[in-house]
Design a protein around this ligand. Structure first.
Ligand SMILES: [Fe+2]
Length: 286
């Protein structure tokens, strides 16, 4: 059967995509940021995931105010990089996994999560920047991707608890798919940042690291963080971090930390990155 073998969290700052695309990832500014992903790039080569459920948010590329799905799952064959104003990024198309995606959609909807099903869309930096951070510049992305888009752009956004519960339902969905597949789940976005208004440029190293701490081990304290705390402590765009809770919820009750990285600033955003694996409780023979 299919299994979720690991969870990855990462910021998706568009400037990181520019750094990769323009060959600047080793310069004085970007070098320390990308160095923190080197461990993961090597690890991914060994892990060879078949499929990645990539939890991300769209930034008015595929969706705009005409339609705002709270949770949407990509069931298509493939997705092209979106044109975000400067032409599409010159990165490979994203290949989907329709069989697993439709299975997850069915399982989630019967599990009472009312997903929007997307068969055609372009994917923006929210999805392609994490791929570049974890895989560099390959000719083709080395795994199939199931995009899972979350509305964190327009209020009301889903609660942390709902995101965590969706992750738990995704775990059940994946584990009921009969094919042997090595599946990872990524949660992206964040960390602290505010792009406009009087508090533009707000960063909060202490809170961000407290949030990373809460993803490790058997605590589920992060699922109860209210929206107002994200807004107050991490700025208006820090709410993207609820997407990491879908990843965390899908790893089960307990996780083990494999890798962690934090850097301030990148553009006007804090960079956070974490790699976790689920810890299965040992069954004691009767
Ligand atoms: Fe974003």
């Amino acid at each position: 059967m299919a299994r979720i073998t690991a969870g990855v969290g990462s910021s998706h700052v568009p400037l990181l995509g520019v750094a990769v695309d323009q060959g600047k990832s080793n310069d004085d500014y970007f070098g320390p940021i990308f160095a923190g992903y080197e461990w993961t790039r090597q690890w991914e080569k060994e892990q060879k995931p078949d499929v990645i459920i990539l939890v991300y948010n769209d930034h008015a590329s595929a969706f705009d105010m005409k339609i705002v799905p709270t949770f949407a799952i990509g069931c298509g064959e493939s997705y092209k990089p979106a044109d975000e104003g400067w032409g599409p990024r010159q990165v490979p198309d994203v290949e989907g996994h329709p069989d697993l995606a439709w299975h997850i959609a069915q399982s989630l909807i019967l599990d009472e999560f009312d997903m929007t099903i997307i068969n055609e869309m372009d994917v923006d930096h929210g999805l392609t920047v994490p791929l570049s951070m974890m895989f560099g510049q390959p000719e083709a992305w080395p795994a199939k991707i199931i995009p899972l888009a979350v509305n964190v752009v327009t209020y009301p956004v889903p609660s942390g608890n709902r995101c965590w519960a969706l992750g738990e339902a995704i775990k059940r969905a994946v584990e009921s798919f009969p094919e042997d597949l090595n599946v990872q789940i990524w949660g992206t976005g964040g960390m602290s940042h505010q792009l406009q208004g009087k508090r533009a440029g707000l960063l909060n190293r202490e809170w961000d690291n407290k949030f990373l701490d809460m993803l490790i081990g058997d605590t589920d304290a992060a699922r109860w963080i209210p929206h107002i705390e994200y807004l107050r402590e991490t700025g208006s765009e820090g709410i993207e971090m609820v997407m990491w809770l879908i990843m965390r919820g899908a790893l089960g009750e307990k996780t083990r930390l494999l890798h962690r990285h934090y850097h301030i600033p990148c553009s006007n955003t804090a960079i956070g990155h974490i790699v976790l694996e689920p810890v299965e409780e040992e069954t004691v023979p009767a």
